[in-house]
Design a protein around this ligand. Structure first.
Ligand code: HEC
Length: 139
């Protein structure tokens, strides 16, 4: 019975690991992310603002989208590594997602001319947005 129990425990562990979304644990920039800057980056209309699709706890912002889930509480649901992975390339979590990849240039279709060969965010902007989202642990 013993080895079987061990096997079951291992299976359970593997199951837990698979349930978490893909994660990118290494920061992309040397400077740590700045949540206050991230809060303004997510609203930047020149960079495919997250607010087109997500409601965010930014009360002074009049328009919030509902294509994606509300991001209040996302810092409690996902680890910083999982948030980073979503922003860099959300197709790793959902190949059919409508969410843009903010830090990937390969394998994209329908990229507007000004963005071709460029990422939407810089590495530092990704880190700032990860830092901001990580602070969203409340409702
Ligand atoms: C065009 C619409 C769109 C835009 C723009 C967009 N997203 Fe998303 N996002 C989605 C959708 C839809 C989902 C739901 C899951 C999926 O489709 O992969 C999602 C899922 C997420 C998730 C996972 C949420 C959870 O609770 O599991 C995070 C985090 C996220 N988006 C962050 C962002 C951030 C940050 C930005 C801006 C930098 C952004 N999104 C821009 C559509 C969008």
């Amino acid at each position: 019975m013993r080895p079987l129990a061990l096997f079951a425990a291992l299976l359970l562990l593997a199951g837990t690991a698979a349930a978490a979304g893909p994660s990118m644990d290494r920061p992309l920039a040397d400077r740590p992310g700045d949540p206050a800057r991230g809060r303004s980056v997510v609203r930047d209309l020149s960079k495919a603002t997250c607010l087109i699709c997500h409601a965010m706890p930014i009360p002074e912002e009049p328009d919030h989208g509902d294509v994606g889930p509300p991001l209040a509480g996302v810092g409690a649901r996902l680890t910083p590594g999982e948030i980073r992975q979503r922003i860099v390339d959300p197709t790793t979590a959902n190949p059919a997602t409508v969410m843009p990849a903010y830090f990937r240039t390969e394998g994209l279709d329908r990229v507007g001319a000004p963005f071709r060969g460029r990422t939407i965010y810089t590495a530092q902007e990704v880190e700032d947005v990860v830092a901001f989202l990580a602070t969203l642990t409340g409702e």
